[in-house]
Design a protein around this ligand. Structure first.
Ligand code: GLA
Length: 444
């Protein structure tokens, strides 16, 4: 059944070599923000699951905080495509009104709508995939009003193993989406296979670069084996948040406007981490410029979880127009875990700094300004005003954003910052001259 398709693909691959299909869709100039059904619901989804999440995005204020894509993951499918037209069909029991009707209702709420498919014969949950059906699927998604496609990598019939063949397979959907003329964010999900972060930017608006996340803060699972670029062929699943963060250190330079490292959907609120751990998870995803795609049960969310995912200062860093990921400045290894400092520039010339404690004990750390990538001629002698982005304050706004608590002026360093077990603190350092300008701008 699959034979002719395999032959056709092999022939095309020989003819085409390694094509470059630039995504060039003008989308995702900042990382997409939204919600996806998989992490909490897996295959247990229906129209009501999706629409109640969409309504909760509006009623809880998540929409106002910037979350806009409502994405149905795997398992929306009918048992088979339309036997005559080969168009994809929705499961008539769980999605009786059809996908277009769900998309319309999501749009009516002022939100955008996303769907899932797979660059293989079947999805990871063994529903029909899009390999060989890219054009008809893209066309159908466009007619349904799809704004975002998550495109997975299971059951790829062996069309992987090197950049050329994987990028060719994923480029088929890139091309098909572009041909529809509808703006559709293309989120590649091949888990980093064939070092996709080095080439996916030519095709897609984001690319998964790790095995599947689990709702756990730390720990090594043999199912998530990659620790270095050299030993990594299988990406797996059951990856803890800190393992994904460490892994991302290899690929921070590839993130930028229009194309982002996707660290996987958030687990914040799913119950297996402490609030400090979820703060670390959310902060690092945001500063590493991952799409922030929530994966929790929105209608049952507690206020402290809502508080974490609506921290407007952290979201503003994620959405900063410069689009530069933080990079690791140092890592202090401890008997168990470590303390790490990461820094990155923001469009207005200020610097964001994250101090992360993955150890089970409280730690102290110092931010030395010599380690920060400031545009100031000499960060060591510049005075910076520092804001703590996890201490909320209504003072000092820039473009309507609350930037956390002003903790004062510093030169050379901020010393002896205390970090609780598994806590991350995030600071914004503003060269003093800019602070003056900003206060003036805000007063006008
Ligand atoms: C893969 C993806 C997950 C999810 C499942 C669905 O494992 O990486 O994010 O989409 O498939 O089956």
């Amino acid at each position: 059944m699959f034979g002719p398709l395999v032959l056709a693909y092999s022939a095309a691959q020989l003819l085409l070599g390694s094509p470059v299909v630039a995504v060039e869709n003008g989308l995702a100039r900042t990382p997409p923000l939204g919600w996806n059904s998989w992490n909490w619901f897996a295959c247990d989804i229906s129209e009501e699951t999706i629409l109640s999440a969409a309504r909760a995005i509006v009623s809880t204020g998540l929409k106002d905080a910037g979350y806009e894509y409502v994405i149905i993951d795997d398992c929306w499918h009918a048992p088979a495509r339309d036997p005559i037209t080969k168009e994809p069909l929705a499961n008539p029991v769980t999605f009786p009104s059809g996908i277009k009707s769900v998309a319309d209702k999501v749009h009516d709420l002022g939100l955008k709508f996303g769907i899932y498919s797979d660059a293989g014969s079947e999805t990871c949950a063994r529903r029909f995939g899009s390999l060989g059906y890219e054009q008809i699927d893209a066309k159908t998604y466009a007619s349904w009003g799809v704004d975002y496609l998550k495109y997975d990598n299971c059951n790829n019939e062996g069309f992987s193993g090197n950049e050329s063949i994987s990028s060719w397979r994923f480029s088929q959907m890139a091309k098909a989406l572009n041909e529809t003329g509808r703006p559709i964010v293309y989120a590649m999900c091949n888990w980093g296979e064939d070092h996709s972060w080095t080439w996916a930017g030519k095709l897609a608006n984001s690319w998964r670069m790790s095995g599947d996340i689990s709702d756990m803060f730390t720990g090594y699972s043999k199912d998530c084996p990659c620790t270095s670029l050299l030993n990594c062929t299988t990406f797996g699943h059951h990856c803890s948040a800190t393992r994904i963060i460490d892994w991302t250190a290899y690929m921070v330079n590839y993130a930028g406007p229009g194309g982002w490292n996707d660290l996987d959907m958030l687990e914040v609120g799913n119950g297996n981490m402490t609030n400090d751990e979820y703060v670390t998870h959310f902060s690092m995803w945001a500063l590493l410029k991952s799409p922030l795609i929530l994966g929790n049960y929105l209608t049952k969310m507690t206020p402290d979880i809502l508080d974490i995912i609506t921290n407007d200062a952290i979201i503003a860093v994620n959405q900063d127009p410069l689009g530069a990921s933080i990079k690791r400045s140092w890592k202090r290894l401890l008997e168990e875990g470590d303390v790490q400092m990461w820094t990155g520039p923001l469009a207005d010339g200020s610097t964001v700094v994250a101090l992360m404690n993955t150890s089970p004990d409280p730690q102290t750390a110092t931010i030395s300004f010599k380690d920060i990538p400031s545009k100031s001629p000499n960060p060591e002698t510049t005075t910076f005003r520092a804001f703590d982005l996890w201490q909320r304050s209504s003072e000092l706004t820039r473009s309507g954003t609350r930037w956390g608590l002003d903790i004062g002026l510093f030169q050379g360093q901020i010393s002896d910052i205390t970090l609780k077990r598994h806590q991350t603190k995030v600071f914004m350092l503003v060269p003093q001259v800019r602070t003056t300008l900003r206060i003036q701008e805000d007063a006008e």
